[in-house]
Design a protein around this ligand. Structure first.
Ligand SMILES: *Cc1c(COP(=O)(O)O)cnc(C)c1O
Length: 391
């Protein structure tokens, strides 16, 4: 049976289970051992070698989800990002990165790379030619993020993968925002797929983890560094993550549906100025999103009309919490200017089009009617202050 060819929810539920030979239990038993007898000199099981029974099983599930030959699970999304990047970069090498990057990745590159002698360029725009324009003789990695955070821009995966191939460069993507439910970059020729499993894979805001998927050859190279960097995930959390992924397909599809409905509602609303969601026909890259995504995801951003106080609006929300992180079953909002993108500085934010009043909305699985009611009552409150101060 080719497990990789099964449908999404079947992979989520069944691929890579640890079979309970002893008691025939329905779920994977959890092996917490950090020490295993030497049965076979070729297999030295140890958590930091990423090869305990639960780790190995979950790697199969993630590989199947991303149409990859192999995968590894990490202790955080940033452990996955940093290990994957560093596996292909040494002093004197160069990496081309999409300008709109997750804040933590931006910090990793701008705060750490110089001391390792690794050179980097950010693209000026998000078109394929913007990536090619930054390629140098010593470029070893091209790194993309689509949909991006927080404006949900879309980068053409196939075009970027083709550019990388043409120049003999490894292409990498942070696929966190889409999740494997909505986008499988390997199908478009991208080499290495990275996830913060803290987000949609975990999905309940209670797990911090990461994942990388690629070919056997590239994963071998990443593993080599990973065991030395030591960013493995504890088996207990691996086990929880396996449980979470069982429902990832139904969770994320519910979030896709809710987010599209919320985007359409906000788009029509007189108090809302702009809505950024790749599922809206008005999104500049809607057609491209349709080509490379199976669903448009649970993330969107919007701006209130001039005069509306975005932070008062967020405080007025009752059901939707204003909080860090994203992708849980519960809806949350945050202000990128004050949180995830605060370190970028006003000038770089302006360059990326991130306005002070922008609100990023991680849409959960609640009933849409209740989310709308919450937004209506919050708008009502801030609308009265707009009127009060202008008259
Ligand atoms: C959260 C996030 C990360 C980092 O993941 P951690 O699990 O917090 O280390 C990387 N990329 C994206 C797009 C994220 O949202």
């Amino acid at each position: 049976m080719n497990q990789q060819k099964k449908g999404l929810n079947t992979i989520c539920t069944h691929v890579g289970e640890v079979v309970d030979e002893q008691f025939k239990g329905a779920i994977s038993p959890l092996y917490m051992s950090t020490s295993y007898a030497f049965e076979d000199v070729d297999v030295k099981r140890y958590p930091r070698y990423f090869n305990t029974p639960n780790q190995e099983a979950l790697c199969l599930k993630v590989a199947a989800l991303e149409h990859a030959e192999a995968a590894l699970i990490f202790g955080s999304g940033m452990a996955a990002v940093s290990t994957a990047m560093m596996a292909f970069l040494r002093a004197g090498d160069h990496i081309v990165l999409q300008r709109t990057l997750y804040g933590g990745t931006y910090n990793l590159v701008t705060e750490e790379f110089e001391k390792y002698g690794i050179l980097y360029s950010f693209t000026d725009g998000l078109q394929p030619e913007d990536f090619e324009a930054k390629v140098q003789e010593n470029t070893k990695v091209i790194y993309v993020e689509t949909p991006s955070n927080p404006l949900l821009t879309i980068t053409d995966l196939k075009a970027v993968a083709d550019i990388a191939k043409k120049h003999g460069i490894v292409s990498m993507i942070d696929n966190t925002f889409a999740s494997p439910v909505n986008q499988n970059p390997i199908d478009f020729g991208i080499d290495v797929v990275i996830h913060s499993a803290t987000k949609y894979m975990g999905g309940h805001s209670d797990i911090c983890a990461g994942a990388v998927a690629s070919t056997e050859e590239y994963m071998e190279r990443i593993f080599h560094l990973a065991k030395n960097f030591g960013g493995s995930l504890s088996d207990y959390t691996v086990w929880l993550l396996e449980r979470s992924i069982k429902t990832m397909g139904i969770r994320v599809r519910a979030q896709n549906t809710n987010a599209l409905q919320m985007a359409e509602y906000l788009h029509k609303h007189a108090d809302i100025q702009n809505v950024y969601y790749p599922g809206l026909a008005s999104h500049p890259d809607h057609e491209l999103a349709r080509k490379q995504m199976k669903g448009f995801g649970g993330m969107l951003s919007f701006e209130l009309q001039d005069g509306f106080d975005a932070s008062e609006f967020q405080k007025a929300l009752q059901l939707i919490k204003s909080s860090m992180s994203l992708a849980g079953v519960e809806s949350t909002v945050l202000s990128p200017t004050q949180t995830s993108h605060a370190l970028l500085g006003a000038e770089e934010r302006e360059r990326q089009g991130i306005k002070d009043g922008l609100i990023r909305f991680s849409v959960g699985i609640e009933e849409v009617e209740d989310l709308i009611e919450d937004i209506e009552q919050a708008l009502e409150k801030v609308r009265s202050t707009v009127v009060a101060t202008t008259h």
